[in-house]
Design a protein around this ligand. Sequence first.
Ligand code: ATP
Length: 298
Amino acid sequence: LFLLVLPIGSALGAFVQIQAGLAALDRIQEVARLEPEAGDEDGLTPGRTASAAPEVRFDGVSFGYDDGGEPVLADLSFSVPAGSRTAIVGPSGAGKSTVLGLLERFYEPAGGTITYDGVPLTAIPRRELRSRLGLVEQEAPVLSGTLADNLRISAPDATPARMVSALESVGLGDLVERSETGLGLNLGEDGVRLSGGQRQRLAWARVLLADRPVLLMDEPTSAVDSRTEQLLQRTLSEAARSRTVVVVAHRLSTIADFDRILVMDRGRVVASGTHATLVQSSALYRDMAVRQRLVQHA
Ligand code: ATP
């Protein structure tokens, strides 16, 4: 949800038409409606630095989309150590994306607490929270405009050299090289000139440029081929040195080298560990790994 950082109503917003898809637009409008909010202040919480990668923790969190309806998350507890790469995997509908939505404070838990470095999410001003999160969502919105316009959305001060380097790190260097106008390459209305995989990688380039201490990614390699997936894995491993990274993934090969993998099923964490330990300890994980041909049948 990089568009959280878009200065809605700004000069940029006035001339760059947002073609983000209805879902993303709904979300932007909802976020816009949320501010300003009582308790939100400018600036950082005293004594804290926004640039340090925080520990993220869920403590007994429950959540449902409908009041009184079926809970989607039930008494969910886990921690993501500062500066680590943690993946969330599990069957469709397990609640993985909902966890990311709660971390973005797009939804509020019905019970329990979510903390960043021990500070409850509710005590972190939204503006500060936004300045800490880099988001790559399932649907990567692209603006009608140039490559540079699309990158400046998240990093208005980025130099052309940094933009090119971010594009190269996600395998989009060719776009600039082959274009007569370089970063001025016009992506067409709604970014139609980009493939699904290119759009996804553009979203990666944006968050890398924005240099946020927390990266939240939902299916960030779903639209790329295996070779590109490997490049993105390397890029993420590099980026994670100074960041706390949480990735929701169906494609286990993307996260097999992560520090920690949480297996979710029906709103709970049912197993956790590394790829190697989970293949041994979790039937659910092993089944997914076998189906994706990452391991042989036992
Ligand atoms: P997938 O792998 O298919 O993306 P997931 O594990 O990410 O699934 P969620 O998207 O978190 O699962 O959804 C968990 C449950 O909440 C599902 O039953 C889903 O139908 C429901 N749900 C998700 N979003 C909403 C919403 N906006 N309104 C109502 N119910 C929702």
